[in-house]
Write a protein that binds this ligand. Structure first.
Ligand code: ATP
Ligand code: MG
Length: 325
């Protein structure tokens, strides 16, 4: 089957006053039709740049990108028609109402008699009571919902969401994910970037991680989670951890998290804390989550699965849409 999205040896450099900036280096991977795929990476890793190239808003310095088989430069119109993009930046036309802006977007893609779908979008994204409101009158989170609706108005088979939940409240996030998950079940491909790693962990079947413009990990979410130290001690303390434990620890205010491979190492860590006189409150022992994996990979530790899995195995994996059928 034609991949929904294919990145082949994508390089991107920006000319800056201080010389050339390499934003993307040799990015190559495919996203299959029906996948819910996560693209993660710290600020400046190159996620938005890659999405801009996909959307035809920026040109790759070299390499090839296709959407549903259409090359994004030579076959721009077909590629763009296959894509619904929710941009990271809030951009909107202040002169129109919510419904008008959706109608205009429909027209832009040549979709006529789209009223029923527009109503469904307004309903599904919790915008029904704002349909007549001017874009200027909306709060930031509501504007973001309208951007999502605009991206979906022509029923694109491939949906790209660049930080769709930044600044969005909990209830809205749940509404949004229910709606997107339903479209994914019905066969849409979803590419998501987010800094909320628990969202990525819950939603994405596969994840690619970018670091300084390179793909440093790409695997099924479950494999990424399985490949890391499996146990995590979490507790509160006012004391400083002993230096020899800091390498495997993450400290956020009073909360300390320490990785351990197995039960024996858990015991060793506890013994070390006791010996160092560290007072431990509210101790919990749990599984490592995607945030732990992410930090491990970004901090340069040998990532559990660096390169792409072999093609054949890769393609044998059922997609969410296939599972749903
Ligand atoms: N138009 C541009 N001109 C010059 N440099 C740029 C341009 N756009 C992006 N960059 C640089 O390219 C790099 C990647 O930026 P990009 O916006 O793709 O990161 P990102 O992964 O989306 O980050 P964030 O998580 O903050 O959204 C950064 O170093 C950024 O400064
Ligand atoms: Mg970005």
């Amino acid at each position: 089957m034609t991949p929904a999205i294919s990145f082949q040896q994508v390089h991107k450099t920006f000319a800056t006053p201080r010389g050339e900036l390499r934003a993307l280096t040799d990015v190559s991977f495919d996203i299959r039709q029906g996948e819910f795929f996560g693209l993660l990476g710290p600020n400046g890793a190159g996620k938005t740049t890659l999405i801009s190239i996909l959307a035809g808003l920026a040109r790759a310095t070299s390499g090839r990108v296709t959407v549903m088989g259409h090359e994004v430069v030579s076959d721009y119109a077909a590629a763009r028609q296959s894509l619904g993009i929710v941009p990271q930046e809030l951009v909107f036309d202040p002169f129109f109402s919510v419904r008008e802006s959706l109608r205009i977007q429909s027209g832009y893609f040549g979709v006529k008699h789209n009223g029923a779908w527009i109503d469904e979008l307004l309903e599904g994204l919790g915008l029904a009571d704002k349909a007549g409101a001017n874009m200027r009158q909306l709060s930031g989170g509501m504007k973001r919902r309208v951007l999502v609706a605009q991206a979906l108005v022509h029923r694109p088979p491939v949906i790209v969401l660049d930080e769709p939940t930044a600044g969005v409240d909990v209830e809205l996030r749940q509404t949004l994910w229910q709606f997107i998950a339903r479209l994914n079940k019905q066969g849409s491909t979803v590419l998501l970037t987010t800094h909320y790693l628990e969202e990525a962990e819950a939603l994405c079947g596969r994840i690619a991680m970018l670091k300084q413009g390179r793909v440093v990990a790409l695997d099924r979410t479950s494999n990424l989670l399985a490949g890391t130290a499996s146990t995590m001690l979490r507790f509160k303390t006012d004391d400083t951890l002993p230096a020899d434990l800091l390498g495997q620890s993450r400290v956020t205010g009073r909360i300390a998290q320490i990785k351990a491979r197995d039960a024996i190492e858990v015991e060793a860590v506890l013994a070390r804390l006791r010996a160092a006189g560290v007072r431990v409150e509210d101790l919990e022992i749990g599984r490592a989550d995607l945030e732990d994996v992410f930090l491990e990979i970004m901090n340069g530790a040998e990532p559990p699965h660096v390169t792409q899995p072999p093609r054949a195995a890769d393609q044998a994996e059922p997609t969410l849409a296939e599972v749903a059928r």
